[in-house]
Ligand binder design. Structure first.
Ligand code: HEM
Ligand code: HEM
Length: 182
């Protein structure tokens, strides 16, 4: 008997909504630092969306812990299995690190981390211009790393979906697109 192996519904909903949010954040970030006219409006959007990503990443990891993902196909070469594993760890790491570094750098600069309405997050670091400068560069470097990883991830997903057709893609699809069996 064949068995359909898929990520559970919350994992799939979180994957696709967070993919859209993270891509939007990368573009908002770049637009922010290249725009004078819309700078304040873009930063005001960038902060709460970034903190939302931090919260959703925590929910997603908790769901993953309770509902482990389906195993990769048994015939997948070991190096691809390891690459998938390492890149997923890096993606989760960056989903947590990007917002934390954003929050920390504004804290070090003593900028208010205003979210929506009267909601303002407390600083998580002491005031330090040197720390701000370092974290500000780190935020950019990590953003490039995240963008590069997403491109590699997209390429791998398309290889699974279009060339190998091994069900890895459908395991993350929102709607049933085929079954994934061991
Ligand atoms: C911002 C963009 C994205 C991020 C941050 C992201 C992140 C992730 C992460 C962390 C996982 C591992 C899930 C887990 O094991 O708990 C995953 C799995 C997956 N993603 Fe994405 N993803 C993104 C975009 C995409 C896109 C555009 C596609 C397809 C075109 C895609 C297809 C998949 C597939 C098929 C899996 C399942 C892989 C497996 O079974 O090991 N992702 N994604
Ligand atoms: C997944 C979450 C996040 C992503 C993907 C992201 C991405 C980016 C990107 C791409 C830039 C432009 C970097 C450059 O070109 O130098 C940027 C800048 C910035 N981000 Fe984020 N960010 C995230 C979360 C946050 C959070 C949570 C905050 C604050 C609470 C924040 C605050 C800022 C600030 C203040 C800037 C620079 C503005 C300036 O220098 O004028 N970011 N971000």
């Amino acid at each position: 008997m064949t068995r359909t192996l898929r990520f559970n519904l919350p994992a799939r909903l979180l994957h696709w909504s967070m993919a859209a949010l993270i891509l939007a954040m990368l573009f908002i970030g770049v637009a922010m630092v290249t725009s004078l006219a819309d700078y304040h409006a873009l930063v005001a959007l960038h902060r709460p969306l970034g903190i939302l990503i931090l919260l959703l990443a925590a929910v997603r990891l908790a769901n993953r812990w309770r509902h482990p993902p389906p195993p990769l196909p048994l015939d997948l070469p070991a190096w691809q299995r390891q690459a998938a594993h390492a890149s997923h760890i890096a993606l989760y790491g960056l989903m947590l690190a990007m917002p934390l570094v954003g929050w920390a750098m504004l804290s070090a600069a003593r900028y208010p981390v205003a979210l929506v309405g009267p909601l303002v997050l407390p600083p998580i670091l002491p005031q330090s211009p040197a720390l701000y400068a370092w974290l500000r560069s780190l935020h950019t470097v990590l953003a490039y790393a995240l963008f590069g990883l997403i491109l590699a991830h997209l390429a791998a997903a398309l290889i699974h979906g279009l060339i190998r057709r091994d069900g890895v893609f459908s395991s993350m699809a929102l709607r049933e697109t085929g079954s994934r069996t061991r």
